[in-house]
Design a protein around this ligand. Structure first.
Ligand SMILES: Cc1ncc(C[n+]2csc(CCOP(=O)(O)OP(=O)(O)O)c2C)c(N)n1
Ligand SMILES: [Mg+2]
Length: 331
């Protein structure tokens, strides 16, 4: 049973991700982003339904398409927008950009430009949690795509996590494509969840367009991890509404009919229909949440645009390790 507060959080989070991505894209097209951006609109139910069960003590590893993961893990949208714009007020002082947003204070290990790299990072966090026992019950979640599911590192990580019963969740966002390559062509199995059998861990197929299904599947996986019973592979079937990155032309490799089928199952619309039909929330409440989030994102854009670039004298700060200071005591 989802509490009323959690329902509100879920709706807020999905709207926050959607509006953030739309505004972020607009700013990218205007030339205000530093570097390429990979929007995740369409996939909002996945990070929302999973992170609904996490606290700041849990760790997530993210991907090049990481804005939704960051937002669901509690990172502030104004700092994120500033980071994408290369501004000094950003999460990484404007030196990371879209693909390197991180905030360790919130358990966010970082977006990551290397496909599959989120996976061993989350497994490492889970290993640390298990053996240091400092952060009792904390778990790691690795978000990765269908393309990354064929990287060797996933298979090594699932094997190790299984034999050591690590508290980790492998969250595969199967959005049907890796760049322009469809998963039906590049992935050897129909359901990526089936790959879990090779590592003797549960593999669960989840409708990633339905936040309630994601929430339920994640609840079980999180519980299993926290109880020390080991990892779970979740395959979340979803769809990215835009191209692979801001300047991609998806019409070159997918049909508008296909896009329409997925958009008809939009996670925000599905949520609204369900909560209204079941009288769990009122239309007035939904509208006021949407309006507030719209204002928040407008303010985030303003914050980013009006923030300064990193001062020239800070160019080398936080970029290279200072061996005499940063590593003191390690050798
Ligand atoms: C190790 C590595 N190989 C290739 C690339 C180039 N690349 C960037 S994103 C991408 C596709 C990833 O697809 P998927 O894992 O399905 O994630 P999605 O983009 O669909 O979210 C590729 C091949 C890379 N960044 N890193
Ligand atoms: Mg993909």
């Amino acid at each position: 049973m989802i509490t009323k507060d959690k329902l509100i959080w879920i709706y807020e989070t999905m709207c926050r991700i959607r509006f953030f991505e739309e505004s972020m894209l607009e700013q990218t097209y205007k030339g205000n982003s530093m570097g390429v951006t990979h929007p995740s609109d369409g996939q909002e139910a996945v990070p929302t339904g999973i992170c609904a069960h996490l606290t700041e003590k849990d760790w997530i590893g993210s991907t090049h398409r990481g804005h939704g993961h960051c937002i669901a893990k509690g990172l502030e949208t104004d700092k994120m927008m500033a980071e994408i714009m290369g501004k000094y007020t950003g999460n990484c002082k404007g030196k990371g950009g879209s693909m390197h947003i991180a905030d360790f204070s919130k358990g966010m290990l970082g977006a990551n430009a290397i496909v599959g790299a989120s996976i061993p990072l989350a497994v490492g966090a889970a290993l640390t949690a298990k053996y240091q026992k400092k952060e009792k019950d904390s778990i790691g979640v690795a978000f990765f795509g269908d393309g990354a599911s064929s990287q060797g590192v996933l298979h090594e990580s699932m094997n190790l996590a299984s034999i050591w019963k690590l508290p980790v969740i492998f969250a595969c966002e199967n959005n049907q494509y890796a760049e322009a390559t469809p998963s039906w062509y590049a992935v050897s199995v129909e359901d990526i969840a089936d790959r879990a059998a090779s590592y003797n861990i549960p593999g669960v197929i989840v409708d990633g367009m339905d936040v309630f299904q994601v929430y339920e599947a994640a609840e079980e996986a999180v519980l299993r991890a926290r109880k020390g019973l080991g990892p779970t592979l979740l395959e979340l079937k979803t769809y990215r509404y835009h191209g692979h990155f801001h300047a991609d032309q998806p019409e070159k490799y997918r049909t508008s009919e296909e896009e329409k089928i997925w958009k008809n199952r939009d996670c925000i619309k599905t949520f609204e229909k369900k909560v209204l039909d079941q009288k769990l929330m009122t239309k007035k409440k939904l509208d006021s949440i949407k309006k507030n989030i719209e204002k928040e994102i407008e303010a985030a854009v303003e914050f980013g645009l009006s923030s300064p670039l990193p001062p020239t004298e800070t160019l080398y700060e936080d970029v290279y390790v200072n061996y005499s200071n940063d590593l003191k005591g390690l050798r």
